[in-house]
Unconditional design. Structure first.
Length: 340
C-alpha cells in the first residue's frame, strides 16, 4: 500500500454552465510565470491559490531528498524497467501503453524541473515531445491501442506541470483539442473501470485550462464528466469501510488509492462542499486511529494490492515507514482538534 501524503488543495468550482465551442486562445502569454492563477468566474474564488511548478524552489533538507530520488529509482527507473523504457507505447514503441509511462512522468517532470537537473530534463523531453506531436486529427492522444480515458488523465496532469515549468505554448491548444474530443466521444464511450473512480483527476486539468482560457465549453464538459463519475461525496458521508475489507467488498470503491485520491473531489467540484470537510476528516481520523494492523498487513502486500509495482514508488521519500507514521499522526490529530 502507498504511503500517502495528503495535501489539501481547494479549487472551488461553482455552478457549471453550458458553453459553446472550445476556444484554445490563452488569456495571457505563454511565458513562464511564478504567479498563482486564480479561479475565473463563475468558479468560486478559493481560499488558496496553487502556485505553479517552479514558483517555489527546494532548498536544504528538501532539496537533499529530491537529489536522493534523482540519484536513485526516480532518476533511473527507465534504464532497467521495460514498462517505462524506450519501447513504451507512450514513446511510440510496442511496449506498455496504459498508465505506467504517464505515472512515471507525473513524478519525473516535477523532480526534473524543481531540481533544474539537465539529465532528468533530457529524460522528460522525449515523452513530452511524442505526446504533443502525435495528437490525432480528432484530438485523441496517447498510444492508439489504448481505449481507456484513465491514463490520459494522468498525462494531462503531467502536461499542466510541464507547461507551468516551461511555458510551452503548445500545451493549451493541445489540451483544448483533447477536451473537445473527449466531450464529443463521452456518450458513445463513457468512463469505465478506473476512470469512473478517478474522474476528478481529469476535472483538475479541466479547471486548470479554464482558468487560462475562460472557455465556457469546458465547464459544460466538466458537468457531464461529473455525471459519469463515482459519487465519492456520498460514500465519505456514510463511510462503512473502517476495517480491512472482505474479499466480497474488495472493489474499486474500497481500493485504498482510489479513496485517497478522492479526498479532493468535493473541494474541486464545489467550494460549498468544503462544509463536508468535517465528515471526511472525522472518518479518516477514526480509520487512522484503528488501522495499524491492517496498514502493516497492507504494507507487506497481504491485501493482494498490485499497486506496489507502480512507477510512482520510485518517488517515495527515503524513509517511507517514518513518513507513513508521521502522516498517520498528523491526520489523526484532525479528529483530536475537533474534540474527538
Amino acid at each position: 500500500m502507498k504511503a500517502h501524503a495528503i495535501t489539501c488543495l481547494v479549487v472551488g468550482a461553482g455552478l457549471f454552465v453550458a458553453g459553446g465551442r472550445f476556444d484554445a486562445r490563452p488569456a495571457g502569454g505563454s511565458a513562464v510565470s511564478t504567479a498563482a492563477v486564480a479561479n475565473r468566474a463563475p468558479l468560486q474564488p478559493g481560499a488558496f491559490q496553487l502556485l505553479p511548478l517552479g514558483a517555489v524552489k527546494p532548498r536544504g533538507w528538501l532539496r537533499g531528498q529530491l537529489e536522493i530520488q534523482a540519484r536513485g529509482l526516480g532518476g533511473h527507473l527507465d534504464e532497467f524497467w521495460p514498462d517505462v523504457g524506450p519501447d513504451s507505447a507512450w514513446l511510440g514503441g510496442q511496449g506498455e501503453g496504459w498508465e505506467r509511462g504517464p505515472y512515471f512522468l507525473d513524478g519525473l517532470v516535477p523532480l526534473a524541473y524543481q531540481l533544474g537537473d539537465p539529465r532528468l530534463i533530457l529524460k522528460v523531453k522525449p515523452w513530452i515531445e511524442w505526446t504533443l506531436t502525435h495528437q490525432r486529427p480528432d484530438g485523441g492522444i496517447g498510444p492508439p491501442k489504448n481505449t481507456d480515458w484513465w491514463p490520459n488523465m494522468i498525462m494531462l496532469k503531467v502536461l499542466t506541470q510541464y507547461q507551468e515549468a516551461t511555458g510551452d505554448p503548445r500545451v493549451v491548444p493541445f489540451m483544448t483539442k483533447y477536451f473537445a474530443h473527449h466531450a464529443a466521444q463521452m456518450d458513445a464511450s463513457p468512463l469505465k473501470e478506473w476512470a469512473i473512480y478517478r474522474w476528478h483527476d481529469e476535472l483538475l486539468s479541466v479547471i486548470w485550462l479554464y482558468n487560462r482560457t475562460g472557455d465556457a465549453a469546458l465547464l459544460d464538459f466538466a458537468r457531464r464528466l461529473a455525471k459519469q463519475g463515482f459519487d465519492w461525496k456520498a460514500q465519505f458521508a456514510d463511510f462503512r469501510y473502517t476495517g480491512k475489507v472482505s474479499k466480497a467488498d474488495a472493489k474499486l470503491n474500497t481500493h485504498v488509492v482510489n479513496n485517497a485520491m478522492a479526498l479532493k473531489m468535493s473541494g474541486v467540484l464545489d467550494r460549498q462542499a468544503m462544509s463536508d470537510r468535517s465528515v471526511v476528516s472525522d472518518r479518516l481520523a477514526a480509520w487512522c486511529r484503528s488501522a495499524d494492523p491492517q496498514l502493516e498487513a497492507s504494507d507487506r502486500g497481504d491485501d493482494g494490492d498490485d499497486e506496489n509495482g507502480w512507477p510512482w514508488l520510485a518517488f517515495l521519500p527515503v524513509n517511507v515507514a517514518d513518513r507513513r507514521n508521521r502522516s498517520r499522526r498528523i491526520v489523526a490529530s484532525i479528529g483530536r482538534d475537533r474534540g474527538h
